[in-house]
Design a protein around this ligand. Structure first.
Ligand SMILES: [Zn+2]
Length: 539
């Protein structure tokens, strides 16, 4: 069992950290018996733990008593552990080399964590504040420059390694559904629905330029094939016929999405009001943010998507900043879909630190806005759905990949082959850490002039061959909720794990992973935890 003695202001972050690293733990109280003691910004109390992990970015009593010299203190550091880079966003110490260095500063190679043995106990002194890092990641998020690093997952992996290397048995419920390697969540923000909704506006002129001149340039840069160039020119020529109703609206690609996804089930986020720009963070109304479609006229389309098993969520306009407006926006969608509980992703990813509480007050069950516009990766440092610090129930399903981030000239500006390469890295991380990979491919992205359908099809093939479990956003969030609801009860040498009785029987199950130090470091066995059941493990 792990006991945690943390500073008072870290308690929420401790709780959330251990929902993500789903392993038995408790807060330390006087006399708590434990094999692992985590001390954060505290003095080490008398204890009989096999290993003490002391996280603190300030010099403390332990350092003075053990004559551990601090060489420097930095704000923002890049650490290196077992070949992984771990950024630290708060203060981080560098120690004089004494004891065994377990984590080093990447550039100077100075130890950022040292292991020392005193009697039968090992103490690992770690020079940063783990739970402040967790709080920072889940609240502010990482800068885009470190987007590719799943920092929070690496903090969990580091802690797990330190415990296992001490030959301490460990049990966890990994974020990996039974029968699969991770969850894939396919989503589509419905920003346009059709080009017919755009006559003589900036969207239409933008399309005509990009389909003709832009495609020509892309062809010269080998970003588009000759066939794609032809398809775009033909689309530009056909535009008057589309407006006259004599040709199909090529921006309406929903049947094609159903065909490509072929039963994989995805989530479509729809804008509730036509012509509403909403307010941005400065209180301005960005005119180009307004949708040109009226969702009330799209009921048949939504019904069709729902009957194919897809989910409809809200693509919110002002829900991120005002819970009354959020409730209205949600009601519009609920009335059309007939589904009471709705999830949300904000249009243009508008969001601030108040948004989780505002969205929870408006009644949303999950949000999926926390991601980057300009790049792909892990804004909150995690591949798992998490509960933001300021809410009781709402879960955040982080967004990892957007098509526009990959291809827009102002963003990553990648060629298709480069985009596939970067997504392969994210899929490899999903295979390593589990969790969910959330993808947003916009509604018109598989149509002229973008024609990003080949990349999307390849992505689906890669996800399938890597063992992804495809769930809609709401069902992915439900899976994480079921995992969060599992309870550990330790009595003497027996560990009981209970799963919720009323869980969804159609969701994939939870795994219980038991690490076996007697067999080897990192070796484990697994059993399945089924609904309403409990299992007992003897230490
Ligand atoms: Zn949008």
């Amino acid at each position: 069992m792990i006991a945690v003695l943390a500073a008072e202001d870290e308690c929420l972050a401790v709780r959330e950290f251990f929902e993500l690293f789903k392993t038995p733990w408790e807060f330390y109280r006087n006399g708590t018996r434990c094999s692992v003691l985590i001390c954060s910004r505290n003095n080490i109390p008398a204890n009989s733990a096999k290993i003490v992990l002391l996280y603190d970015s300030q010099e403390n009593a332990f350092d003075r008593a053990s004559r551990l010299q601090i060489r420097s203190r930095r704000s923002v550091a890049m650490l290196s552990h077992n070949g992984s880079r771990i950024p630290v966003y708060g203060n981080c110490l560098a120690f004089e080399a004494s004891g065994t260095s377990v984590v080093a500063h990447e550039s100077s190679r100075e130890p950022a964590a040292v292991a020392m043995t005193s009697g039968k106990q090992q103490v690992v002194r770690i020079g940063f504040d783990l739970f402040q890092e967790v709080q920072y990641l889940l609240t502010h998020g990482q800068p885009a420059s470190y987007a590719e690093i799943p920092t929070l997952e690496l903090h969990i992996a580091l802690l797990r390694n330190l415990i296992l290397e001490c030959s301490i048995p460990l049990v966890e419920i990994p974020p990996v559904p039974v029968g699969y390697n991770f969850i894939a969540c396919l989503t589509h923000d419905m920003d346009h629905i059709g080009i017919r909704n755009h006559k003589f506006d900036h969207t239409m002129f933008g399309f005509l330029y990009r389909a003709t001149m832009g495609s020509m340039l892309d062809f010269c840069r080998r970003r588009k094939t000759l066939q794609q160039l032809g398809a775009n020119w033909l689309a530009a020529l056909k535009l008057p016929l589309v407006y006259l109703g004599l040709a199909a609206d090529f921006w309406n690609q929903y049947d094609r999405y159903l065909e490509i996804e072929n039963g994989l089930k995805s989530t479509f986020f729809v804008i509730p009001k036509k012509g509403e720009t909403g307010l941005d963070g400065r209180g301005d109304r960005p005119p180009r943010r307004a949708a040109s479609y009226d969702i009330e006229e799209q009921k048949d389309l939504l019904k069709k998507l729902q009957s194919a098993g897809d989910e409809i969520g809200l693509h919110g306009i002002d829900a991120w900043r005002d819970s009354n407006v959020g409730r209205q926006e949600q009601e519009i969608i609920s009335r059309i879909t007939g589904v009471a509980e709705t999830g949300v992703r904000m249009h243009w990813l508008f969001y601030d630190e108040r948004s989780p509480a505002v969205l929870e007050a408006a009644g949303f069950t999950y949000d999926s806005t926390v991601g980057y516009n300009q790049t792909v990766g892990y804004r909150a440092g995690t591949s798992q759905a998490f509960k933001p610090m300021t809410v009781d129930r709402l879960l955040e399903l982080p967004l990892h990949v957007m098509d526009t981030s990959l291809f827009y000239p102002d963003y990553l500006n990648l060629a298709p082959i480069q985009a596939e390469e970067i997504m392969r890295l994210l899929i490899a991380n999903a295979g390593r850490f589990g969790g969910v990979m959330t993808v947003n491919w916009h509604d018109r992205s598989i149509a002229p002039e973008r024609l990003w359908d080949t990349t999307y099809v390849r992505l689906l093939e890669q996800l399938q061959s890597s063992g992804a479990c495809f769930l809609t956003a709401a069902r992915a969030v439900s899976w994480f909720r079921q995992r969060r609801a599992a309870v550990f009860e330790q009595a003497d040498d027996t560990l009981k794990i209970k799963s919720p009785v009323n869980g969804d029987p159609h969701l994939p199950g939870l795994r219980v992973r038991s690490y076996r130090p007697d067999v080897g470091v990192g070796k484990f066995s697994e059993t399945q935890l089924t609904n309403g059941r409990e299992i007992r493990l003897t230490a």
